[in-house]
Design a protein around this ligand. Structure first.
Ligand code: PLP
Length: 372
């Protein structure tokens, strides 16, 4: 369809081609190339962390984080139900139990008021996952973690460049992670990063990324790792993208504010909060939740919008609904009413960095048309 507005298109018109050409001309295409270290150092510095460990994607970064914290059989980790399964894969594989909390109805992030009641003697960590554009209210979670001696894993995949009370998202976890998938604020095609201030955790993550080869006895292994290495070509893209992060944030906020202006007065739609007391929305994606009394659910809305030439994506399917977790007996009977409703009624509209003013107006008109 000629006029189709895709849900995301990355912007790659800075130094990406130049740095990639340098990889090809020099022959440095593997993870051994110099851009990987440079990207790790510059990204970690931007987020105010000591160590950056570049990996092959955000899911891999989470796997490494969980493994590095030695989360295993008998342990529990508190996570939001409304998130992507990447957050819990390694918790489950390692024989630990994810313990879910419901979402806040306004920010769509984990409801921090439910965390403390889920803590048991087996709780080892809390995973903070910043969703869609606003950070989790981090301070109360850090206090709970301190009071109960728990580790924090921070998933800032969707929050590159966002801040919480003026401190970068990704600077709060014992281990924090990012994704550089093409719909993220900066992309490396596929890619991810682990950040930490802890020298030992950083060393463990570097080992896990590279098959746990040892420095002095390369092919002798004390632990099982993976190959999660990022290539020099991905890091080249990442460096070029990082140079433009501030500009990208401004563009994302412009997209979000324009949508908000065009859709604010439309009855039947819940839009993202433009700000909370601790952050301004960075609009990784612009989500919409349909009121129940519209008589329409997200699936119906997305199908109508597709016919109008507008790309959409559904909201996350909550973890408490996942067949794989139910089969494993990992879902207890607690209600997750907010996450369920977000799943049933929520979707997001085109939010990529290439969007034009005309496209935003077209998308908004199509959304308004839904409810007529
Ligand atoms: C919150 C969150 N965590 C982790 C991931 C996984 O990242 P990746 O797709 O790079 O594996 C995503 C992906 O979009 C995400 O949104």
């Amino acid at each position: 369809m000629k006029d189709f507005v895709p849900v995301n298109e990355p912007l790659l018109d800075g130094n990406e081609k130049k740095y990639l050409a340098e990889c090809i001309d020099s022959g440095w295409i593997s993870s051994e190339g110099p851009y990987v270290k440079e990207f790790e150092q510059k990204f970690a510095a931007r987020m105010g962390r000591k160590h950056g460990i570049a990996v092959s994607n955000g899911t891999a970064a989470l796997d490494a984080a969980v493994e590095a914290l030695n989360i295993g059989p008998g342990d529990e980790v508190i996570v939001p139900s409304f998130t992507i399964i990447s957050c819990i894969n390694q918790i489950v594989r390692n024989g630990a139990k994810p313990v879910f909390v419901d979402s806040d109805p306004l920010t769509w992030n984990m409801n921090v008021n439910q965390i403390e009641q889920k803590i048991t003697a087996r709780t080892k960590a809390i995973m903070i996952v910043h969703i869609y554009g606003l950070p989790v209210d981090v301070e109360p979670v850090l206090k709970i973690a301190k009071d109960h001696n728990l580790r924090i894993i921070e998933d800032a995949a969707e929050m590159i460049g966002q801040t919480y009370l003026n401190q970068p998202c990704g600077s709060f976890g014992d281990i924090s992670i990012f994704s550089f998938y093409p719909n993220k604020h900066i992309t490396t095609g596929e890619g991810g990063m682990v950040l930490t201030n802890d020298d030992e955790l950083a060393e463990t993550c570097r080992g896990l990324r590279n098959l746990c080869f040892q420095h002095n006895r390369r092919f002798v292994h004390e632990r099982l790792g993976w190959n999660l290495r990022m290539t020099n070509m991905q890091a080249a893209l990442g460096l070029a993208q990082l140079e433009r992060l501030d500009e990208f944030i401004v563009k994302k906020r412009w997209i979000g504010s324009l949508y908000a202006e065009l859709l604010n007065s439309v009855p039947g739609l819940q839009l993202p909060l433009s700000a909370t007391s601790y952050a301004e929305n960075i609009y990784w994606v612009f989500g919409i939740v349909l009121d129940d009394d519209t008589g329409m659910d997200a699936e119906q809305a997305m199908s109508s919008l597709a016919k109008a030439g507008v790309g959409t994506r559904p909201f996350f399917c909550p973890m408490n609904r996942q067949p794989v977790l139910r089969k494993l007996g990992l879902v207890d009977s607690d209600p997750f009413d907010v996450a369920e409703r977000l799943y049933r009624q929520g979707f997001y509209i085109p939010s990529g960095l290439k969007l034009t003013r005309d496209q935003i107006h077209r998308v908004a008109d199509s959304v308004i048309g839904l409810l007529k």
